[in-house]
Each structure stands twice: as C-alpha cells, then as structure tokens.
Design a binder for this molecule. Structure first.
Ligand code: SAH
Ligand code: SF4
Ligand code: F3S
Length: 434
C-alpha cells in the first residue's frame, strides 16, 4: 500500500473532487494518511478565487518540498502534485516555480490521474489542456457524515468581471440525468441522509445535454427516488432561477427550503461593472417571489467589499440591500484582483487595502446582525432537524432551512428529530426534544 496525503482548499466542488480522487486511488493501492511527514504522494487540491487561497496552496507545496528533500536523503522518492483551480490557472508556470513539484493537473484531468501517476515515474507532467477525461466508475470514498456532495454541472459561462472560475473550471458542462440519478441511488443505499447538488450555476443544468433537461426536471426526478433523505443545491444565479424551480421546491417533500443566491453588490452601477446580468430591483423581485411561495425559506448570499471603483456611497447601498431584503446570511470577501479577469486590469481604480478591510468589517457586522434577526424568527417553533454531529453530549443537527441547532438528549447521527427552539445565538439555535 502507498500512502496519500491530500489537502483540500476551496469550495464544495473541490471537496467533492477530493472524495473522487481518494476513491479512485484506492483502486490503485493508495490509502490516505493523516501523518504529513510520512506519505508517498502529496496532493493539494487548490482554490484560486482569491490570492489568499492561492498563497495557501503555495505554502503547502513549500512545506512538502522540504519533506521531499529529507526523504530523498533516506532514499525514498516521494511525489508532489497540485490539482484544482490554481493548477488549471497557472499551468506550466508551477513546474518552473516549484522545482520539486512532479505533477500539475486540472480538474478536467481528474479521471486521468492513475495514468498521470505512471507518467510522473519518468518525467514531470503538466496536464491542463482543454480536455475532459471520461468519467469512470470508481468507488467514491465520501467523508463520513450524513451529507453527500453530488456534482451535477461544472464550469461557468458568465464571466463576471472579478471572477476567475471560468478560467479554472472551463465552460459549462452537465452530467447526464442518468449518471446523477444512479449516483444518487448509490448515495441513498450507502445510508446518507442528505444529498447536496453542486454546480457553479445549477440553473444552467442541462443546457449542454441532448434534449436539454432542465434543473427543475432533474430536481423532480431526484425527488421521486425512494428513501428518507433531503436534497439541497447550490449555487443559484439570481435571474436564472425559474418559476418551475420555485414551484418544484415548494411542492417537494425532500428538497429543502433554502436558496444560495449570491448578490455580490447592492448597487446597480457596481453590478453592471461586475458584469452581473441583473439590477437590485430584479434581484429583489426574485427574493420576494421565493419568499411568497415558500414558507420559512432561508435565502443566503455572497457579497464583495471594495470592488474597483466602489465609492463609500455605493458600498453602503450593499448594507442597505441586506437590510431591506432581510437576507438570512451571507459569505463576504474583500475584492482580490485575479489573473485574466476584466476587473483585475482596472488597476487605476483599485481600492486601498485599508478601505477594503474597513468595508469588510462593516459588512461582516451587518451579516451578524441579520443572522441573529433571522434566527430569532424561529424561537418557540417546532422544526425537524437531521442530527449530524455530537460534542460533549450536545447533539448538533440542521433544520431543513439549514439552521444549525444544538439539542440535548440521546440521538444517533442520521436521526430525523422534531425539536422545539428555545433560544438562539448569532450562528445557531438551541432546542429541546419534542
Ligand atoms: N457561482 C457563484 C460564485 C462562485 S465563487 C455565483 O455566481 O455567485 C464564490 C464567491 O466568491 C462569489 O460569489 C464571490 O462573492 C466571491 N469572489 C469571486 N471572485 C472574487 C474576487 N476576485 N475577490 C473577492 N471575492 C470573490
Ligand atoms: Fe464566477 Fe460569476 Fe461564474 Fe459565479 S457566475 S462562478 S461569480 S463567473
Ligand atoms: Fe475556488 Fe475553484 Fe471552487 S476557484 S471556489 S475551488 S471552483
């Protein structure tokens, strides 16, 4: 058996890819080790969304380079590979920059990894051309929990001006309905209680497939599968959410009542500069439509502070929008210039780091306030939770609308239980068993 040490940075899509890598390599005599000092193969699965994420990947490589040199003295040849979005973005440059690096492979080469590992016995390899390695039937060694990731589409055609994803994940492509349904059935058979459908833009599902099955159709097919499980999905592009998707979530018993709909900014000029295809009014009307149709729905977002040229006034439009829309939660980030992107070239309009930091702090404070306000709506209510963890005798579960709940009592991981919410904090709810 050979030992694999793998580190995963970035979004759920990367976590899902890592599960596939581990599962696939288990067919080739690799087992995962937690001991960073003692592995035969090191892989960092990277994220390029912000410079900070890319830098994290580079620091992993640096540390492994040292281990490799030490092992070499002992006559052991360890291999180092970089996967994911930074690999796809930086390509051969990485081989030049890191002399001890053996393999660079993009996400489109994931299923080629066993062959690539043979190739690096002879020479250093960069596999980042535009290519889509055929999906192969391997076990997926999913992280043990109640939730399983299920990618349905990958890539993005939107080219928001700040975003590097279209250059790392490539153009939009969808997996077939059949492949997704089969994987979902397997997930349910393996005992998982929740499936999260993943895509950079789930509402674009099916556009590249024959017959153009829609996302709503896929949701309905998954909802029909037998078993006691929940379905979630992420991420939705605001103006691509169809009425049929809203109807489907409303009428389904398994699909959970939450939408992650990144708004990015609450100012029309900035949205236009970001190349987002909606304005504040259009975003608001989607949120309104979802709220009118789906009871107790959670709507979350992403916002960027300090996009090039953003004035104080424009920034405060974002704060105002969060308030008015009563968003339940949001991810936040300070704008980070990315290679290849349109906004990355607006150097004369870059906002000073200090200002971005201040704006991010204000944004985070607003998000905290909104999260507490949203949680308070549920005090005194009975909600179903799915138990997913236990710490020091206190169990943790999630409601259908994705709120974290702490509850005392005796449960099993994977139980669905009805609880009564007694009180709340900014990030979670506390409950008693009904
Ligand atoms: N497909 C999703 C977002 C994927 S990237 C969508 O369309 O909304 C996840 C989040 O990272 C984005 O929503 C954005 O808020 C943030 N992000 C992307 N590029 C960024 C950059 N250059 N600087 C800061 N944050 C960024
Ligand atoms: Fe990036 Fe925009 Fe595509 Fe989302 S929709 S992945 S933010 S380009
Ligand atoms: Fe990061 Fe790539 Fe995901 S850039 S956010 S790991 S798609």
């Amino acid at each position: 058996m050979k030992k694999l040490f793998i580190d995963t940075l970035g979004c759920q899509m990367n976590k899902s890819d890592t599960e596939r890598i581990i599962g696939m390599l288990s067919h080739f005599d690799y087992i995962v080790t937690e001991d960073e000092k003692d592995a035969d193969l090191y892989i960092v699965n990277t994220c390029a969304i912000r410079q900070l994420s890319a830098d994290k990947a580079y620091s992993r490589l640096g540390a492994w380079g040292k281990i490799k040199a030490e092992q070499k003295k002992k006559g052991r040849d360890v291999k180092i590979a970089i996967a994911g979005c930074v690999a796809q973005l930086e390509k051969e440059n990485l081989l030049k920059k890191f002399p001890y690096l053996d393999l660079v492979f993009g996400s489109q080469y994931l299923y080629e990894l066993p062959n690539l590992l043979k190739e690096i016995e002879e020479k250093r390899v960069c596999a980042t051309d535009n290519f889509n390695a055929q999906e192969k039937e391997y076990n997926i060694l999913r992280t043990k929990s109640v939730n399983a990731w299920l990618p349905i589409m990958e890539g993005c055609n939107n080219f928001c001006s700040y975003c590097v994803v279209p250059y790392t994940r490539g153009r939009e492509r969808s997996r077939s309905v059949e492949a997704i349904i089969n994987e979902a059935k397997k997930i349910i058979r393996e005992g998982f209680k929740e499936i999260t459908l993943l895509g950079q833009n789930v509402d674009s599902y099916g556009k590249t497939l024959e017959g153009k099955p829609t996302f709503a159709y896929l949701l309905k097919e998954l909802d029909k599968l037998e078993g006691d499980f929940r379905i979630r999905f992420t991420t939705s592009y605001p103006t691509d959410i169809t009425d049929e998707v809203i109807e489907t979530v409303k009428n389904s018993s398994k699909i959970c009542e939450c939408f992650h709909i990144p708004m990015q900014s609450g100012n029309d000029r900035i949205l236009h500069e970001m190349n987002r295809r909606y304005n504040v009014k259009e975003y608001s009307s989607i949120v309104k439509k979802i709220r009118e149709n789906i009871k107790d729905v959670t709507i979350t977002s992403d916002f960027i502070a300090g996009f090039p040229g953003e004035t104080d006034e424009e920034f405060y439009d974002t704060i105002k929008a969060i308030d008015e829309l009563e968003l339940d939660y949001s991810n936040t980030a300070a704008y980070s210039p990315r290679p290849n992107t349109k906004a990355g070239k607006m150097t004369d309009k870059f906002i000073p780091e200090e200002v971005k930091k201040q704006r991010l702090q204000i944004l985070n404070d607003k998000v905290k306030e909104m999260s507490l306000k949203s949680n308070k709506k549920y005090v005194g209510k009975t909600m179903q939770i799915l138990i997913d963890d236990v710490k020091e005798g206190v169990y943790q579960g999630r409601t259908r609308n994705n709120k974290v709940v702490h509850v005392k009592g005796e449960f099993k991981i994977g139980d669905f239980v009805d609880v009564e919410i007694t009180h709340v904090s900014t990030w979670c709810l506390f409950a008693n068993k009904k």
